[in-house]
Ligand binder design. Structure first.
Ligand SMILES: Nc1ncnc2c1ncn2[C@@H]1O[C@H](COP(=O)(O)OP(=O)(O)OP(=O)(O)O)[C@@H](O)[C@H]1O
Ligand SMILES: [Mg+2]
Length: 412
């Protein structure tokens, strides 16, 4: 391995063997002996990349693309079927929820167990014990069996152990999303400290904003293969395109001999719903709109559906930012989570997303807008910075928000 490389993943493949039709009774098994059918599932296929010392690399990919399998292989929890992984230095990981904990033991005993598994002596663990408990905010619960912990408490303990054993390489699976927002922020701050100390981090996340905020590079996995390794912005773009490719894979095959169906098959890679234009309060594309505090906000999404599609959700993200700083996520929402799912007709149409009042008094904002197939959780199309706008405030209250209110006197 070259010097300066913290983790090298070389042509790694991982096969899981899925058995079908295994007889349930002993008799059935004996009768079917030798006939057990199985299917090989390649969770990773010829994956190669290197992570430099001090680098933070994100791993992105849709569900089942092999992210957790890759992290477990890097941490040595899983053995690759092929290829090799070399880690330079000590490694600590926050893998899937609850992984690495003995459920019958207390939080205290688990800290000692985990620490010793990571190669620390009892004395070394004694020295960092209080820090771990304090970081995890589990003072009151540390002598309870971890099986009584909530999922958030598990993550807090797991993260606290992983960062406080001071590894050279820190590996984090998506679990961070489980903690509450305040704890997530605390973890992100700790991650930044880690980066400042020149440590190496491998980080799995579905959250594009997080990957963009903390990673130097990102690896995109699709069906166990690396489809790109690049800067986070480009990787996120490729990832979103790969979601569209999944959409193509699951599309029913057109019937043979049907001219219209062959036509769609020819355009197999075409997206079935595309966003054409997004307007805010009737804005003209190219001219940045202003939104007055207290006014309603109407986001018009012009789209084109190549076929009629059922079960569609509209998603948007509202960010505070004018490009001079890291944008701040103000709101992310998917209409299906609010019970709004739509069946789209074929052709051109417009969806209106209406927010009754814009309560904010100052700032530059932008909107990302997406159209998703609700069940598969895949994006048909996504427009980053679909509209940017400024806030205009003409009222007289002070502070960031101007919320409508009413005052009435109680009749005597
Ligand atoms: N122990 C196992 N036995 C059999 N198949 C497995 C096992 N672990 C994972 N798989 C399969 O391997 C593939 C990759 O799974 P993996 O958990 O690595 O995906 P992932 O990218 O982490 O997904 P998610 O975003 O849902 O966490 C999936 O098809 C999964 O079903
Ligand atoms: Mg996973």
């Amino acid at each position: 391995m070259n010097s300066g490389v913290a983790v090298s993943v070389e042509d790694v493949s991982k096969r899981f063997r899925l058995y079908h039709d295994r007889g349930t009774s002993l008799k059935e098994r004996l009768v079917k002996r030798g006939k057990t059918r199985y299917e090989d599932l390649w969770a990773l296929q010829n994956v190669s990349f290197e992570v430099g010392e001090g680098e933070t690399v994100g791993i992105i990919g849709h569900n089942g693309s092999g992210k957790s399998t890759l992290l477990k292989s890097i941490c040595g929890v899983l053995q690759p079927s092929d290829g090799q992984i070399v880690v330079n230095g000590t490694i600590a990981g926050l893998l899937e929820l609850g992984a690495g904990f003995q459920h019958e033991l207390s939080g205290r005993d688990n800290i000692y167990l985990n620490g010793s598994m990571l190669g620390l002596t009892k004395k070394e663990i004694d020295d960092i014990f209080d820090e771990i408990v304090a970081f995890a905010e589990l003072e009151k619960f540390i002598d309870n069996q971890v099986k009584f912990y909530s999922s958030g408490m598990y993550v807090r303990l797991g993260f606290a152990v992983a960062v406080n054993v001071n590894p050279d390489v820190l590996v984090i699976d998506e679990v961070l999303a489980v903690g509450d927002e305040r704890f997530q922020r605390k973890c992100l701050n700790r991650i930044r400290e880690f980066q400042d100390q020149g440590k190496t981090i491998i980080f799995v996340s579905h959250a594009a904003a997080q990957v963009r905020a903390i990673c130097n590079r990102a690896v995109v996995l699709d069906q166990g293969k690396v489809i790109t390794i690049s800067n986070p912005g480009e990787a996120i773009r490729v990832f979103r395109d790969s979601l569209l490719a999944v959409e193509d894979r699951v599309k029913p095959k057109p019937a043979e001999g049907n001219a219209a169906a062959e036509h769609t098959a020819d355009q197999g890679s075409q997206r079935s719903v595309r966003i054409e234009q997004v307007r805010l309060n009737g804005s003209i594309p190219g001219v940045q709109p202003n939104v007055k505090t207290g006014d309603a906000m109407k986001i018009e999404v012009d789209y084109h559906a190549t076929d009629a599609v059922e079960g569609v959700a509209f998603t948007f993200e509202l960010f505070l930012g004018d490009g001079s700083d890291e944008p701040v996520l103000m709101m992310r929402s998917s209409s299906d989570a609010q019970g709004m799912v739509f069946d789209l007709d074929q052709g051109h149409n417009t969806a209106n997303i209406t927010l009754p009042t814009w309560p904010i008094t100052d700032g530059s904002f932008f909107l990302n807008v997406g159209i998703a197939a609700r069940n598969e959780g895949m994006m048909f199309d996504w427009k980053e910075k679909a509209v940017s706008f400024e806030t205009v405030y003409e009222g007289r209250s002070e502070g960031l928000l101007s919320l409508p209110y009413d005052i009435s006197l109680r009749e005597q």
